[in-house]
Design a protein around this ligand. Structure first.
Ligand SMILES: Cc1ncc(COP(=O)(O)O)c(C=O)c1O
Ligand SMILES: [Zn+2]
Length: 498
């Protein structure tokens, strides 16, 4: 591997061989993969990358395992979606969404795990392990299954059901720990020294694992026609992804793929219930003070982030910002993304979009900037977060009359109200609130979403229900089929006409 020179300490610069090492034994600083960028520059070109696979491995020359057969389920080369409707709602100009919900296990973690297990297998490991807030465990279990490795993943015991099921299904070992992620991580650090033959992807092979997130920058630049954006908004848990996205844009310039040095403002997004980096940013502090997480965004619930300080430095040095949002804002953020763009994100995506909205409202993210927001995990992983606020528009018995009584079809498709205006309720569960709109619980029968901002005819009205408007009766169904030649009607009523 002539393009990788070794590992180097981020603090003292000492160098180390390309082994399963993550910390400097001199100063305890974290290690980083060092590349010979001249060697890479001599080898890579835009055409060669374009001819590569439609996965993150098209950038193998900038990953620390170029000559190994990758362990892959096809992660990466995810859509970069222009989000004009969301941009208009937020008062922004050019907004793009990097949709990493479509990765094989539904999150960006497939990128980092693909690199980590490729390296682990190359180094001879047979067991893949990790400490996880959910998505990493999911991805390690899946990739280990693919690679024929044994997996042992450690998660906090109170994760979302979907994350546990989608992890356990691969038949590896899932260890639920009664504690927070930070407890799980501490345990894994101890286990990693007890079991040196296990590859803990975010402990002893973390140095390689982290490099996978650079592909989030490489893809965005290539998808923008080999240009860097002006501003990116990235969710923060450990802070690794954010720092590597920044490193990725810089490397593209270092190897000549971006002729001009990019100046990408990097902003971070956290949940208010776990915001050690955002708090340090707001306070102008240098140290990250650990917190005990309490947030609906469980995937971002790391109270003592390993790369928090580096994330903070990256944000400050690039002129970015770091914000945090409440649980209610996170859930609003999920819907704010889904409604105009058709992308369903998990709570981490809600954090990113809600933070972006706040930053746009305060002019921190500007209208004249080309902005990319990273949407890093799929909404199906955290459906319970929305269970009490999203449901059927109306529930009816299976008859035309019930439908006509429940909705006002004559109103047509109204841009503001959406397609159906609800007239009354054929059946609602009185116990279950049907929606949450801007901090207020909607009552059963009230409309949701945009419709909620306008009073609706007859909803919650004790007066007798309005009769459905008169419509001419539709022809006999069989007769319609017969007319189209799709069937021959043999019923008594039509027999004489045949
Ligand atoms: C969906 C999702 N987005 C973002 C992150 C944050 O990544 P990092 O720990 O690299 O900051 C995580 C971490 O688990 C995650 O699961
Ligand atoms: Zn050092």
């Amino acid at each position: 591997m002539d393009h990788v020179t070794g590992l180097s300490c981020r603090e003292c610069g000492r160098t180390f061989p390309l082994e399963a090492l993550n910390a400097c034994d001199w100063c305890f600083g974290p290690l980083e993969v060092a590349y010979d960028y001249d060697a890479v520059a001599a080898k890579v070109g835009r055409a060669g990358i374009a001819a590569g696979p439609p996965t993150m491995w098209r950038y193998r020359d900038l990953l620390p395992v170029a000559d190994a057969q990758p362990v892959t389920l096809g992660a990466g080369w995810t859509p970069l979606v222009r989000a004009d409707r969301l941009a208009a709602e937020l008062g922004l100009g050019e907004l793009w969404l990097k949709d990493d919900t479509v990765n094989p296990t539904g999150s960006f973690k497939d990128r980092v795990v693909s690199v980590a297990l490729t390296k682990a297998r190359q180094l001879g490991f047979k067991v893949a392990a990790c400490a996880s807030t959910g998505n990493l465990a999911n991805s390690v279990a899946a990739h280990a299954a693919r690679a024929g490795m044994t997996s042992v993943v450690f998660i906090p015991h109170d994760l979302e059901k979907a994350k546990v099921v989608t992890t356990a299904v691969y038949g590896g070992n899932v260890v639920a720990v009664e504690g927070t992620y930070d407890d799980v991580n501490r345990l894994c650090a101890e286990l990693a020294s007890e079991h040196p033959s296990w590859a803990f992807v975010n402990v002893n092979v973390r140095t390689y694992y982290a490099e996978g997130s650079k592909t989030l920058a490489f893809e965005v630049a290539e998808q923008l026609g080999w240009q860097a954006p002006d501003h990116v908004v990235v969710p923060i848990a450990s802070g690794s992804q954010l720092t590597k996205i920044h490193k990725g844009f810089g490397e593209l310039h270092a190897v000549g793929l971006l002729p001009e040095e990019p100046h990408v403002r990097v902003s971070g997004a956290q949940a208010a219930g776990c915001s050690p980096v955002a708090t340090a940013f707001a306070d102008g502090a240098d140290a990250i003070r650990p917190v005990r997480p309490d947030t609906v965004a469980k995937s971002l619930a790391i109270g003592n982030p390993a790369d928090g300080w580096y994330a903070l430095q990256t944000i400050r040095s690039t002129g970015g910002s770091c914000g945090s949002v409440t649980d209610a804002e996170i859930l609003d953020g999920i819907r704010l993304l889904a409604r105009p763009e058709g992308i369903f994100a998990e709570t981490a995506g809600g954090v990113t979009i809600a933070t972006l909205a706040n930053m746009a409202a305060h002019g921190v993210v500007r209208r004249d900037e080309r902005v990319v927001a990273y949407v890093t995990g799929h909404g199906l992983k955290t459906v319970e977060a929305l269970e009490s606020s999203v449901g059927p528009t109306v529930t009816i018995t299976p008859t035309l009359e019930a439908f006509a009584a429940a909705v006002d079809l004559d109103r047509g498709v109204d841009e503001e109200l959406g397609p159906l205006a609800v007239l009354g309720q054929a059946h609602v569960d009185e116990q279950r609130p049907l929606g949450v709109g801007h901090g207020r619980e909607l009552l059963a029968g009230e409309p949701r979403g945009r419709a909620a901002s306008r009073p609706l005819a007859e909803a919650h009205d004790d007066r007798p229900r309005r009769e459905p408007p008169h419509r001419p009766r539709r022809p006999h169904r069989r007769r319609r089929l017969f007319r189209r030649g799709a069937a021959t009607c043999r019923c008594k009523k039509h027999d004489d006409r045949q």
